[in-house]
Design a binder for this molecule. Structure first.
Ligand SMILES: NC(=O)c1ccc[n+]([C@@H]2O[C@H](COP(=O)([O-])OP(=O)(O)OC[C@H]3O[C@@H](n4cnc5c(N)ncnc54)[C@H](O)[C@@H]3O)[C@@H](O)[C@H]2O)c1
Length: 309
């Protein structure tokens, strides 16, 4: 396409010629991305030159799928995980597959000092963090020091440690990581924060009280933070996956042959009639991280096959 020619079939972009400067100023019309209709969708989805930090991206779950989609779009990827071996293997695989810069960063997101040190290490490496994906978490994942969370089961059966670990990883860790990236993001007046919540944060059900409550809190965190950072050029969004069939869930025996239990109940609520795989959520994250998703801010987007609706 030659300069100034809209892609075939596109209407000519709207311009501000003739609009009084005081109107432009009063309604901040100069901030509108007026060139957008001229650009191809494939271009809007690119992340070349961007630095993305994805927490919990070392394993075989959603974080790793997100890291692959962001790397495919051209981003440099900071693979942050509490599991050093998994982070290192994932970073090697990302750079080998997509030819982008990818490096492991080892930290427990639920530790204030480690979260800040990891963000500083990424900034030292690549100058900034453009995109933070707060993905580390789960109801049965690795905890803060290798312990396994017991975030599911009846609330009456949970110990103090179960509750504390669930909250530390799923809620406190998101706040710590976000607090840490706001330094570099605010100084550049730009950035994108994507909080992986859950459809469980939008519904009520037995068996996941602390976990689902943390995921609901992430929706509130996103909504409230948006008011503070939006005017500073930083956008924030929550994304709510439904049930994703991951290797870990299958190995953990989450889907018993008898087809009863909580996952069977969740399938009945999923109106699309099937569960998902992590890539179906990861591609939505890539969209949200890109210019194509630029106006989705302060809200919680469901990618759950209808589970919460
Ligand atoms: N699997 C699902 O069906 C499902 C559904 C809705 C939402 N989610 C959410 O998606 C996200 C990813 O889930 P998943 O199923 O891929 O999980 P997973 O257990 O497969 O992966 C979690 C990753 O996070 C890392 N991690 C755990 N604690 C950490 C900590 N304290 N600091 C740094 N890294 C840590 C783990 O080492 C692992 O690599 C979580 O936030 C989860 O709550 C998952």
């Amino acid at each position: 396409l030659s300069e100034g020619t809209p892609p075939r079939g596109r209407p000519a972009p709207f311009g501000l010629e003739g609009v009084p400067p005081e109107v432009i100023g009063a309604y901040r019309l100069d901030r509108l991305p007026l060139d957008r209709p001229r650009r191809a969708m494939a271009d809007l989805l690119r992340l070349d030159g961007k630095v993305a930090l994805v927490t919990g991206s070392g394993g075989q779950g959603l974080g790793n799928a997100i890291a692959h989609r962001l790397a495919e779009a051209g981003a440099s990827v900071a693979v942050l995980d509490v599991d050093a071996q998994a982070a290192s293997a994932a970073a090697d695989e990302l750079s080998g597959t997509w030819g982008v810069a990818a490096r492991p960063f080892v930290a427990n997101v639920g530790d204030w000092a480690q979260a800040h040190q990891a963000v500083q290490a990424v900034v030292d490496q690549w100058g900034t963090v453009d995109v933070l994906v707060n993905n580390a978490g789960g109801s049965g994942s690795v905890g803060t020091d290798g312990r396994t969370l017991q975030g599911s089961g009846s609330f009456a059966s949970l110990s103090k440690e179960d509750i504390d670990l669930t909250v530390t990883v799923n809620l406190t860790g998101v706040m710590y990581m976000t607090r840490a990236v706001l330094g570099p993001m605010l100084s550049r007046r730009s950035g994108r924060i994507i909080n992986i919540s859950s459809e469980g944060g939008k519904i009520g059900m037995a068996g996941g009280v602390p976990y689902n409550s943390c995921k609901a809190a992430l929706i509130g965190f996103t909504r409230n933070l948006a008011h503070e950072v939006g005017p500073e050029g930083i956008s924030v969004v929550a994304l709510c996956p439904g049930v994703m069939v991951t290797e870990r869930l299958v190995r953990r025996g989450a889907f018993p042959a008898s087809s009863d239990g909580s996952f069977a109940a969740l399938l009945r609520r999923t109106t699309l009639g099937r569960f998902s795989i992590p890539d179906e959520v990861a591609s939505a994250v890539a969209f949200l991280a890109s210019e194509a998703g630029s106006y989705i801010h302060g809200t919680a987007v469901s990618v759950g096959g209808g589970l919460a609706d």
